[in-house]
Design a binder for this molecule. Structure first.
Ligand code: NDP
Length: 401
């Protein structure tokens, strides 16, 4: 067989595989809400207008086809949430680790069955290009390192999942998008809430008209920054964190307002405040309150704080009912209540591992060659808006977007 014939045969195979996949459905995400929220829960259309929206269909990837992931930065979130979640993935497996701490990497390699030859340091990170077992690199480093390691990862020919916030600056975000495009690799931002069943149900309820006409969204994300926790030490440093509570957790409030309205804000006002003389807030801000106005007239009142106690809450106020999701963006144990003329009704939805769902989403987007639901452009938009929030606070003016 000539090279052309071989190429033609494999193309034919690929096309027939894709058409079969198309027939059986691409989805992988079981929103088990039938019987509770019933017909009003439909797969969410996403901000990025993705085709790869979740559905109730089973995974389309054959059980033996899992893409290989490398995790970069073995910190609190990576080791406590992400690495254990591979066990619940259908299309993703952990095959490599990148860390500045060899002993830690070896310990986790043993625990997760990662081949010791697939342990990298930051110094030899680029040589991951020679490892065919690695398809996707997951960047779970301090925010200020996201751009560099995403770009180097794409240049090594790998697809990239990058933690939120995407990067410190708009320019860095754009450079990440450009690098992925140039390498013809996918870039996804790990906005887990957009893969989590309770948040998807909230979007559907808000969009279905069940709450009446949408008027107001409030979202509050706060926690008390702990300077003794190593994971919080870099969060107090502007260079590594990019910003304060807004960048770290206010981005969830901003995301909620955008994914629930499915609109982009047209006006922004904001105020920041940091407790004077609190050493935690020498470089980054403590509190941010911001108001967004959307084209439909919906207002969003959002807050973020490094001072108040653990809060992760979303409320959606409609003319007929109010929806409360609290906790809204926790890892597990969400609680959704609809308050209307009949009183308060709690809506039960089957909890799913949102980390496994989001990782499988990227794997499946690659296998099916589709744009992931939360691509780099989605992260860029948030960084642009967060910069405008800071500007609105700095100038005291309402900014027209
Ligand atoms: P950690 O500090 O716990 O982990 C960061 C890891 O990065 C470190 O353990 C270290 O890993 C590596 N690292 C490399 N250089 C540095 C440096 N100069 N300073 C500190 N760490 C360094 O942070 P988190 O795990 O809490 O956060 C990591 C990322 O994940 C952030 O972008 C954060 O926003 C995001 N995140 C997302 C969450 C979500 O729900 N989506 C939740 C929590 C965090 P090593 O020792 O292996 O080199």
């Amino acid at each position: 067989m000539t090279n052309n014939q071989t190429m033609f045969e494999s193309l034919k195979k690929e096309l027939s595989r894709r058409s079969l996949l198309h027939k059986v459905g691409f989805g992988f995400m079981g929103l088990s809400v039938a019987g509770t929220l019933g017909h009003i829960i439909k797969p969410a259309r996403t901000l990025a207008q993705s085709e790869a929206a979740p559905s109730n269909e089973p995974s389309s990837v054959p059980p033996n086809k899992k893409l290989g992931w490398a995790v970069v930065g073995l910190g609190k979130f990576a080791t406590q949430q992400i690495m254990p979640s591979f066990a619940e993935c259908k299309s993703s497996k952990l095959v490599a680790l990148v860390s500045g701490d060899s002993a830690k990497a070896e310990k986790y390699a043993k625990q997760y069955g990662v081949n010791p030859k697939n342990i990298y340091k930051y110094q030899n990170y680029d040589s991951i290009r020679n490892n065919p077992e690695v398809d996707i690199i997951y960047i779970i480093l301090p925010n200020g390192m996201h751009a560099e390691y995403s770009i180097r990862g794409a240049q090594a020919g790998k697809h990239i999942m990058c933690e939120k916030p995407m990067a410190n600056t708009v320019e860095e975000c754009q450079a990440m998008i450009d690098a992925a495009k140039k390498a013809n690799r996918k870039l996804m931002i790990a906005y887990r809430a957009q893969y989590e069943p309770y948040n998807l149900a909230t979007i559907q309820l808000a969009q279905s008209g069940k709450l009446g006409k949408l008027k107001l969204i409030t979202s509050d994300h706060g926690r008390n920054l702990n300077p003794k926790d190593p994971a919080d030490v870099w969060r107090m440093q502007k260079k590594l964190a990019g910003g304060g509570s807004l960048y770290d957790i206010g981005v969830y409030s901003l995301q909620a307002a955008r994914y629930i309205t499915r609109e982009e804000p047209v006006a922004i006002s904001a105020m920041t405040y940091s407790t004077p003389d609190d050493p935690r807030f020498r470089e980054v801000e403590e509190n941010v309150n911001f108001v967004l106005r959307f084209p439909s007239g919906v207002l969003a009142n959002c807050t973020s704080s490094y001072g108040y106690s653990n809060t992760k809450r979303i409320q959606v106020f409609g003319s007929d009912a109010v929806l409360e999701l609290d906790p809204a963006t926790d890892y597990y144990k969400h609680r959704l209540t609809i308050k209307d003329k009949n009183g308060n009704q709690e809506q039960k939805i089957e909890e799913k591992n949102q980390f496994a769902l989001e990782m499988d989403h990227l794997s499946e987007s690659i296998i099916q060659n589709k744009q992931p639901k939360t691509p780099g452009e989605e992260g860029l938009q948030d960084v642009k808006l967060m910069q405008l929030i800071y500007e609105a606070a700095r100038t005291g003016k309402t900014i027209k977007v």
